[in-house]
Design a protein around this ligand. Structure first.
Ligand code: SF4
Ligand code: SF4
Length: 445
């Protein structure tokens, strides 16, 4: 629930095909209108680094009002936005249907789309956003790629920092030689016909991260679903486009959306529910794609049939019930509510899933991890990312939890890095996992 408003927030379509969307004067007018409202409000002062940058800018100006701030100085405010959506979803009382009609993250997105159109997007960020190409290139040489990118490799990471601007201390995702799709094909699972949810069918959208970097979440999902009588298929038609969206490449997002939705739609027609393994990707399928392509019936159909993993577990847990066999895990768990899970407006489903585990000891971590996709690994941003994530890392550390769970795999790893900066003993004995992996552990799978 947002502060100060009982109305559910609504969002307007992103009018990226309209030439006015890219009109720099109109964009500047809108930035000034919104920034002035934020200056008078300041509720979001501690959500991220965008708002402190904006307020410092205004406070240091000649009149201490927005009128004496130059528009060129707005860029650092935009650059610090990770599109986490927390200001829109949890704080702002002025989002539509309020007459102020304020959507801060989508305004930051528009700024980036204008930068992209004017060729001002950054080469390295653009290349990092090509997750499919990078995954295909890295998979055959995964051990070498992982050796070169690990933080302890001072030589290669030093070169990467100097040439690519990727902070040498930022943990980077590891690559796997075998994708999740290939693993699923090789290992069919037996479906538990006695489970209450037997008869359900789900197609798992692997997501680029789940397919190339972290198949463990998808494997745990398949096992938990099979135990619960749910037949699964794993597919990966392409990336959801979140990395392109961060770069303001809206045409690129829609191109991906059309390709992915065409394939997933055929599964919906065969009676399958769609499960996205990563919260950011679920958010794209459910909410951002329909705003970017509002006339596309296939995208609309997919948005209605898509579930986040934890959301789907609670769907069948509540409607049919869980299969028997869960055992206490024993060790305590810190459950981080990822921003893009919260932005789906579905409740704290990750925490609900962990509460299904007998005798579960859970500490809920509500603050942003600070990661923000490819943004947080860049040299100019990494320290800010750790600073933004410090309250969340501190809560996780204080909880003494063995397991740091998050529906966002990048956030979980980033929290582990945040804990390392707070604690001399580092993250010894702690493990970052998706809640579905803890559910699989409880089942002994
Ligand atoms: S979307 Fe997130 S990062 Fe961007 S301004 Fe809002 S709270 Fe800050
Ligand atoms: S986004 Fe909304 S809640 Fe946040 S500072 Fe601006 S006006 Fe206030």
């Amino acid at each position: 629930m947002r502060e100060g408003s009982l109305d559910a927030p609504t969002r307007h379509i992103i009018d990226w095909n309209n030439p006015e969307f890219y009109d720099e004067q109109k964009l500047d007018d809108e930035l000034r209108r919104v920034f002035d409202i934020c200056h008078g409000c300041r509720r979001c002062f501690n959500l991220c680094d965008s708002f402190p940058r904006l307020f410092d800018l205004i406070d240091a100006s000649e009149t201490e009002e927005l009128d004496s701030v130059a528009s060129e100085d707005f860029k650092p405010v935009v650059d610090a936005c990770t599109l986490c959506d927390m200001c829109f979803m949890t704080k702002c009382p002025y989002v539509p249907p309020h007459e102020f009609n304020l959507d801060f993250p989508h305004l930051m997105l528009r700024y980036r789309a204008v930068e992209k159109k004017n060729g001002k997007d950054k080469f390295v960020s653009r290349e990092l956003s090509k997750t499919d190409r990078n995954g295909k290139l890295a998979a055959p040489v995964a051990p070498l790629a992982n050796w070169a990118t690990k933080t302890s490799n001072g030589m290669t990471r030093g070169i990467m920092e100097a040439t690519l601007g990727i902070d040498k201390n930022a943990a980077l995702p590891k690559y796997q030689s075998k994708t999740l799709v290939a693993r699923a094909k090789e290992s069919p699972l037996e479906i538990n016909k006695d489970a209450p949810a037997y008869g359900r069918k789900a197609v798992i959208y692997a997501t680029c991260f789940g397919n190339y970097n972290n198949p463990a979440t998808g494997e745990a999902t398949r096992k938990v679903f099979a135990k619960n009588g749910i037949e699964t298929e794993v597919v990966y038609p392409g990336c959801c486009g979140m990395p392109q969206m961060e770069q303001g490449d809206l045409a690129g997002v829609v191109e991906n959306a059309k390709k992915v939705s065409a394939e997933l739609s055929s599964w919906i027609d065969k009676g399958y529910d769609v499960i996205a393994l990563v919260s950011s990707c679920a958010l794209m399928l459910k909410f951002e794609w329909p705003l970017l392509a509002p006339d596309d019936a296939t995208i609309e159909k997919l948005s209605k049939a898509t579930f986040d993993v934890a959301e789907y577990v609670m769907e069948f847990a509540k409607k049919e019930g869980m299969a028997e066999g869960m055992q206490p895990i024993g060790d305590s768990m810190a459950m981080h509510l990822a921003c893009h899970a919260r932005a789906q407006n579905m409740g704290a489903k990750g925490a609900e899933v962990l509460r299904l585990i007998p005798e579960a000891k859970i500490t809920v971590v509500e603050r942003c991890s600070g990661h923000g996709g490819s943004w947080g690994i860049m040299k100019g941003n990494y320290k800010t990312a750790l600073k933004v994530g410090k309250p969340a890392a501190r809560t996780a550390l204080k909880s003494n939890a063995k397991y740091i769970a998050s529906e966002c795999p990048l956030a979980a790893e980033h929290l582990m890095q945040g804990i390392e900066t707070l604690e001399t003993e580092g993250t010894d004995g702690k493990t970052a996992l998706h809640p579905i992996e803890l559910l699989a552990k409880s089942y002994g799978l």
